[in-house]
Write a protein that binds this ligand. Structure first.
Ligand code: UDP
Ligand code: MG
Length: 351
């Protein structure tokens, strides 16, 4: 499997399997596929336990599903791994669900994966081995290729990352997904990020430490349809851009300079024409075109500013990112309700 390493001055921490691994799975209307997914995760947990003596817990975060996801998750057998089910009070979105999982995970290392079967559980073993055997802190996966995606989407993704990483000190790797493993110290670092507008991929690359990439082939969704459409993707992109980069603001300033410079040149040209050649200035059309271009650009850039102001507003309001309606923990050897030492940060979550 090809793997790329980011250079890092950080020394490898000695990985400790006794700290255990929490597998966080956000689920939204996934009742149908959940039992099968759980079986596959349990199989991997059994293997990890025998190979690395690694204790494993799975945390299903039910993101306000309208089907039987919560009941299905609560009925899953806790063998050979602990099963924790965190039910949110409504649908808060995947990023919020991931944060809820991060806050409630009880074991040291954390692995995030989707609940629709697209992130193959068989790869978990590879990710864990890069942490335990090679000492990496962040093991992220990336789609090996995007050939099965439409051309337009591929091009848009490419441009999005170009803009996101434009002149940024920290480059967020293109194509990296949410399927990733964080060592205990990386998970703790991620918990300390206070922002409410979260772009998970960006944050977990921002924290640094020793990061490594693993390529994989995403599977087809096992059932149902993706919850993302073009608008929610555009929304996430705007969210990501405004939380991670000031590139849009810089583009605005740059555009301003270009416009002003061309207006100046155009002005000089008109003066020259009139003075040297005595020509009439053709006023009306150029005036209207100039006005419309300027007006349009200004409105667009006010919109960009507005995005940042909106972000400031939501950070200042400081609302919790999610609410937990119910939480159950089933230990591998017997049921228990609301036990375990979760670390929900009170500033971000309320129960
Ligand atoms: N998901 C969620 N909350 C939402 C939407 C999605 O927790 O509001 C979960 C969903 O159940 C799945 C994962 O996020 O486990 C990825 O969702 P999806 O498959 O729709 O996205 P894609 O794979 O197309 O990026
Ligand atoms: Mg999916």
């Amino acid at each position: 499997m090809p793997a790329k390493t980011t250079k890092s001055p950080v020394r490898a921490a000695k990985p400790r399997p006794d700290e255990g691994l929490s597998i966080v799975v956000p689920v939204f209307n996934e009742a149908k596929g959940l039992p099968r997914l759980h079986e596959r995760i349990a199989e991997v947990a059994r293997f990890l336990h025998s190979k690395h003596s690694l204790a494993v817990e799975v945390v299903y975060v039910d993101d306000g599903s309208s089907d039987a996801t919560s009941q299905t998750a609560n009925a899953l057998p806790a063998m050979p791994l602990d099963v924790q089910v965190v039910t949110l009070s409504r649908n808060f979105g995947k990023e919020a669900a991931l944060l809820a999982g991060l806050d409630h995970a009880r074991l040291g290392a954390i692995l995030f994966m989707d609940g629709d079967g697209q992130h193959p559980p068989s790869l978990i073993e590879t990710l864990v081995s890069r942490w335990l055997d090679d000492g990496y802190d962040v093991v992220y996966t990336a789609k090996a290729h995007r050939e099965n995606e439409p051309w337009l989407r591929r091009t848009m993704v490419h441009w999005f990352y170009w803009l996101l990483n434009w002149r940024a000190r920290l480059k967020i790797p293109e194509d990296a997904g949410d399927f990733r493993l964080l060592s205990p110290r990386a998970a703790n670092a991620l918990r300390q990020m206070p922002e409410r507008n979260r772009f998970f991929k960006g944050l977990s690359s921002w924290i640094g430490f020793r990061q490594v990439r693993v390529d994989y082939e995403p599977a087809e969704r096992e059932h149902g349809v993706t919850t993302w459409n073009i608008w929610s993707l555009v929304g996430l992109s705007v969210e990501a851009l405004t939380s991670f980069s000031v590139a849009p603001l810089r583009v605005a300033s740059l555009l301003g300079v270009v416009m002003a410079a061309s207006a100046l040149l155009f002005g000089a040209w008109i003066v020259m024409e009139t003075v040297l050649f005595g020509e009439d200035v053709p006023g009306y059309p150029s005036l209207v075109v100039g006005l419309m271009v300027l007006g349009g650009v200004q409105l667009m850039m006010i919109g960009v500013l507005g995005e940042y102001i909106g972000k400031l507003l939501s950070e200042i309001k400081g609302r919790p990112v999610y609410f937990v309606a119910e939480r159950t923990v089933k230990a591998a050897d017997g049921p228990a309700k609301d036990s375990g030492k979760a670390r929900p940060s009170p500033a971000r979550a309320a129960e």
